[in-house]
Design a protein around this ligand. Structure first.
Ligand code: NAD
Length: 369
């Protein structure tokens, strides 16, 4: 099976979809890897590091059956692909209707990494989680460097400084890493989430869970709608914690939908002077109404930092984890050294976006066709 990994074409993307150690693993599956010259340079991985692992460096692959990318291809790339090619990359179909239509019309079998089902068996293929973990770590550091004070307690000849308080709102994959990082830097950490079951996870990284006294857990594990009284109660408690925080890291993103506004303008105006918000939901518009995606803005007493594509800043490790996710996904498609896609496999059936001239994902089909 032949694999080609092109260089990324989207602006500000430093990751690459293959790293040398993964090429070695793929070779064992019977996959011959080729890479566009310089594709790893933005992640500081030179061509010769790939060549040492048997990767061919070639500008024009001849009939690659498999293509790995981080970001979606350009229309001109799709024209170059042979019908039936298997492509694995992030797509976010709702943002890329023209690309999705072109993949459909070109009969590309495209697996969208953001569609990999979030089930236990798929954890090793879950690129959203691997990238979110790095994003959370980076957010902890950004909180530290954006403040005009330090995170840890420090005792000096002229007395001691109190540790900073870091509040993380949304204690999922990114949030827990943000908490752990801020903790290692000496901050006092608190985690809040609408899912009360994350309390233990927040505590396991040394944090305090913000207990609003209201549980949104409903039947079958789904969150239920809160009453107005309960909403007011939650807001009162959360507001108090926001006001006491030096840094707030927000991570509430809903894939394919605008980010929910979980901090209001009034709450921001009530924050401590010099406080910062690291808004990790900037891609979807941000978790506050005053967020400017991609920028750092000062609003009232606070500074809102809203970085885009955070994993790209940690391109080496982000590429490494992402490439391992791809390796595991492709592992499901290879039988006896040949590409053989089992459409009964719920991971492959869940992750496929286009195949055989159709948009196979229902939400994407509804949004695009
Ligand atoms: P995410 O990025 O979609 O959301 C981040 C967090 O924000 C979540 O914990 C969510 O509950 C929280 N959130 C949403 N709206 C909020 C609001 N209004 N206020 C406060 N918090 C809000 O989620 P994620 O981090 O990708 O994943 C969430 C969880 O799913 C993980 O912690 C994990 O337990 C589970 N998960 C399981 C698997 C698997 O089994 N394969 C894979 C990934 C994630």
């Amino acid at each position: 099976v032949s694999l080609f990994v092109p260089g990324e074409t989207r602006e500000h993307e430093k990751r690459v979809a293959l790293v040398p150690s993964v090429a070695t693993k793929l070779a064992k599956l019977g996959i011959e890897c080729s890479l566009q010259p310089g594709a790893g340079l933005a992640a500081r991985i030179p061509d010769n590091a790939f060549e040492k692992e048997g990767v061919q460096i070639t500008a024009s692959p001849t009939n690659a059956q498999l293509i790995f990318r981080v970001q979606p291809p350009e229309l001109s790339d799709i024209e170059q692909m042979a019908p039936g090619t298997v492509l694995c990359c992030f797509v976010y179909a709702h943002r890329e209707p023209e690309i999705v239509k072109a993949l459909r019309d070109r009969q590309i079998t495209c697996f969208a990494m953001e569609l990999v089902p979030r089930i236990t068996r798929a954890q090793a293929m879950d690129a959203l989680s691997s990238q979110a973990a790095l994003t959370g770590y980076a957010a902890g550091l950004m909180a530290a460097t954006s403040l005009n004070r330090i995170l840890p307690m420090m005792t000096t000849a002229v007395g001691s400084l109190r540790p900073a308080k870091v509040l993380v709102m949304g204690a999922g994959v990114a949030g827990l890493q943000a908490l752990a990082t801020a903790k290692r830097l000496g901050a006092m950490i608190e985690g809040y989430d609408v899912r009360a079951e994350v309390k233990e996870q927040v505590e396991s990284v040394g944090g305090k869970f913000v207990d609003t006294g209201v549980s949104a857990s409903g039947e079958g594990g789904y969150a239920r709608e809160l009453t107005d009284e309960e909403k007011a109660q939650v807001e009162k408690v959360v507001t108090r914690h926001i006001q006491q925080a030096d840094a707030v890291i927000t991570t509430a993103a809903i894939p394919g939908r605008p980010s929910p506004k979980i901090i209001s303008e009034a709450q921001i105006m009530g924050m401590k002077p010099g406080s910062v918000i690291i808004d990790l939901a900037a891609e979807g518009g941000g978790n506050t109404p005053l967020t400017v995606p991609g920028e750092t803005v000062e609003v009232g007493p606070a500074t809102i930092v809203a970085p885009l594509n955070v994993p790209s800043r940690l391109a080496e490790h982000a590429s490494e984890l992402y490439a391992r996710n791809l390796q595991n996904l492709v592992g499901l498609m290879i039988k006896d050294g040949e590409l053989a896609i089992d459409w009964e496999d719920e991971i492959l059936a869940g992750a496929v976006l286009t195949h055989a001239g159709e948009i196979r994902n229902e939400a994407a089909r509804k949004a695009i066709e």
